[in-house]
Design a protein. Structure first.
Length: 278
């Protein structure tokens, strides 16, 4: 097995297995990441050129110890080491694709082993919230995440530019399509909660859900996925539930469970084609 040279930050040198990347195509830090990925593969026992079954075995060997996104990056690096030299790319094989698909599904199930936060529990949480700015933010966040069925990653990246106020409520622009918040028939309304939060926090542009500092003022810093999980855990704890069983994904999972219980097709519950969940 060929011994790879030690990486340097000046006059970057790359292992022969990588092939010379085209100048200007990749930033130095990106090329260094590729170098590190390939070195790990070679140290494990991989070679270039490599068979698809070897790459598949390599990814499987690290399925439990590394994130899915990391394994995908490793696959890309190994593929680039081949294509840079005009070799067939083993990572494009059905075997490698099947392995990554299985790993993704496995990781997805592990990450989503949370208890759904259903309608009755959401209403109970809202009933505990007061008039502090933090309470208004959490109310808008929980009702928005639940009623629109938003993922944690979507809640963290929402900005004012993604909202359009319409007669029926709020249209939310997402990368994969639009979701809607409808005016509720009852006293707990996600649209009114959102408007109250935005007005009280004086948010006219930028991130929709922001942190609150120790003085009770919005920080201007967007909430992280971890921050949203902590909010959900805090609020479910306040109504006597076990916080360890809930996370940011509990909001979307709760909408699915509540829609099924109410006999509302999930494909319409976040649109204007049917009744809202609240």
């Amino acid at each position: 097995m060929e011994v790879l040279p030690t990486p340097v930050t000046q006059g970057l040198e790359y292992p022969p297995q990588m092939g010379p990347p085209q100048a200007g195509v990749l930033a130095d830090n990106t090329r260094m990441a590729y170098w590190g990925d390939l070195r790990r593969f070679v140290d494990w026992g991989g070679t270039v050129p490599s068979a698809s079954k070897t790459v598949a075995a390599y990814l499987m060997a690290h399925a439990q110890s590394h994130k899915y996104a990391t394994l995908v990056r490793w696959k890309v690096s190994i593929g680039k080491a081949h294509t840079n030299q005009g070799l067939d790319d083993p990572t494009k094989s059905d075997a490698v694709h099947a392995v990554l698909t299985g790993i993704r599904r496995s990781h997805g199930k592990e990450q989503r082993k949370v208890t759904p936060l259903v309608k009755e529990q959401v209403l109970a949480i809202v009933g505990t919230l007061g008039e502090r700015l933090k309470d208004k933010r959490d109310k808008a966040l929980i009702l928005c995440g639940f009623a629109a069925g938003l993922r944690r990653s979507e809640l963290t990246t929402l900005t004012m530019a993604d909202l359009r106020f319409i007669r029926e409520g709020i249209e939310i622009h997402l990368p994969e399509g639009n979701a809607y918040l409808q005016y509720a028939r009852g006293s707990v309304c996600p649209v009114r909660a959102m408007k109250d939060w935005l007005q009280s926090a004086q948010i006219e542009e930028g991130s929709l859900f922001q942190g609150i500092n120790r003085h009770g003022q919005r920080s201007g810093v967007p909430l992280t996925g971890h921050g949203i999980a902590l909010i959900v855990k805090e609020r479910v704890g306040a109504i006597g539930l076990d916080p360890s069983q809930y996370s940011g994904f509990s909001l979307r999972a709760g909408l699915v469970a509540s829609a099924v219980a109410a006999g509302i097709p999930f494909r319409t519950v976040t649109t204007l084609q049917g009744p809202g969940i609240l």
